[in-house]
Design a protein around this ligand. Sequence first.
Ligand SMILES: Cc1cc2nc3c(=O)[nH]c(=O)nc-3n(C[C@H](O)[C@H](O)[C@H](O)COP(=O)(O)OP(=O)(O)OC[C@H]3O[C@@H](n4cnc5c(N)ncnc54)[C@H](O)[C@@H]3O)c2cc1C
Length: 578
Amino acid sequence: MTASVSGAAYTAAFGQHRKNLLLLCLTIVTVLKTHAFLPLRTLGHANRGSSPSTAQVRPLVAPLQAAPAPSEEPPFWSLVFSDLFLLFDRTLDTVEDIGVHLRRATERDMDRRFRRDRLTTKAGTKKRVMILGTGWGGHAVTKVVDTGLYEVVIVSPRNFFLFTPMLAGSSVGTVDYRSIIEPIRAANPLADYYEAQALAIYPNNQTVRIRSEIPNEVGEYEDFLAPYDILVYGCGAQSGTFGTPGVREHAFFLKEISDAVKLRQALVDRFERANMPSVSMEEKKRILSFVVVGGGPTGVEFSGEFSDFLNRDLAKYYPALVDLVSFKIIQAGSRILPVFDAALQEQGLEVLKAQGIEVMLNRKVLKVEEKHIELDGGEILPYGLCVWAAGTAPRDITKSLIAAIPEQSASTAGQRGRLSVDRWLRVQGTNGSILALGDAVEVEGLPLPATGQVAAQHGAFLGRLLNREYDLSTSNPTFDLEKVNAFGKVANVLRLRGRLEAQAFSFLNLGLLAYVGQANALAQVQTGNLKFGEYSARAGNLLWRSVYLVKQVSTRNRVLVLNDWLRTRVFGRDISRF
Ligand SMILES: Cc1cc2nc3c(=O)[nH]c(=O)nc-3n(C[C@H](O)[C@H](O)[C@H](O)COP(=O)(O)OP(=O)(O)OC[C@H]3O[C@@H](n4cnc5c(N)ncnc54)[C@H](O)[C@@H]3O)c2cc1C
């Protein structure tokens, strides 16, 4: 009897298991198809870090509609239809992008022969589009913009695109730094790139003061003025400390490749130091106390990656030290991963706890000293290494641009240190001559989180807005039918459904992912309002890996990342320091 009951239960459980497996496979196929199908597919976190920002992932807003108040939420099916329209539009966009890429491939050799320094003077009759930044936003515009129509000049201190979702993995050696970066010149070989940073933007005379990142023969960094017709501002944001004393001096950040390099060195450094016979037991424990401030995706993912590093590699190399290690996450809010659904937050918390990570909720860091952290309530927390993953703050160049434009300094976004842009991503008060995107902006009536997913969609949108040559100075950008050929006319009738006014930016939410350690990940999978479910544990991990592999910006990156995962699995992570 018992046997038959358990046999039936087993069959039922097995049937359920098979159903779940089937659903998961279907989800993976659908997600990968959607992501492979959309240009610059992105899927990722909303609201990195545990920034005090209140931004939430909003439901999709139909194109050209004002953002509805929550009480006026349109019916589900109308949202689904607007998603389907959006997918249809993106299909046409993709076809158009392929045309631009093909043309670029044939023009490449000819253009190279005539290339010359074009930064301080303008080369010819084409309008100059100057792109500031090579992050998610800048990279996406660079990839899509048509160099046949514009003279494209990119200025950024970083000559590569960085795939930030894998930065935490690179900081412990799961993947190599070079596997998750791609030279910006590869994104569009016909655009000119200058390794320099913008110091000041003068919207009235449409010029940018630029400083070279490469010193001259006498070791000076030269400044020069460069003119533009259209400026695309994609300088992102920097790590924010919210004025907490001691953070910049003593904590590590996780924003750029250089941060990951420093962090990886410092992690091994702590173990080598604690291994010295001269160090007391109490001091060893302090040195091996790791603290992450911020329970958002960056903090949680770093914790998960560190836990893997500790359990699979450091435990093998430092068996006498591993029991002395402690790891804490300090989170100001009452939940970790605030942008995920409650069930996934709960599962994430359980997985972290199961790995021995202590999560301190509702705690605030008041000060970071060299060897201890001061918490609210007077608690003193000794530490050996602190990672600050508590959100972002505006860059100085963004603040100075806001100050230079009266409409910006008067706006609420401007007062928060973000550029206020309209639904076509034009910076208010610049008559359409400055477009801006990504973490540096707030779109009027469409609050969105500061993520790579949003920035990349902004970038692709702007690239196409430029390629279609809308008049950006009119209140609603309009399209000149006279300017395009027959194919362009058909595409535009289909895409704009009879309107000559440019469609405003719409965000297609592709869901959320976070790796939480020990081959567990959280995945909230959706395409706009169509939800494909929530996955955690191994299923989430499978999705996380599949999606991030597909999402890499080049085949080279895909091969390198896959190779790194295999190498880590077989040989473990490297702890050599040099
Ligand atoms: C560790 C980590 C993990 C993340 N994971 C995810 C994820 O999984 N999914 C997701 O959607 N988002 C993720 N994000 C968030 C995502 O990376 C950002 O939202 C995204 O990078 C914003 O893109 P952006 O183009 O606005 O700015 P950035 O990508 O920050 O790029 C800014 C660019 O501007 C350049 N720049 C800076 N100053 C100047 C200047 N003065 N002149 C010229 N150029 C300048 C910089 O060098 C850089 O090239 C993650 C972020 C981090 C830090």
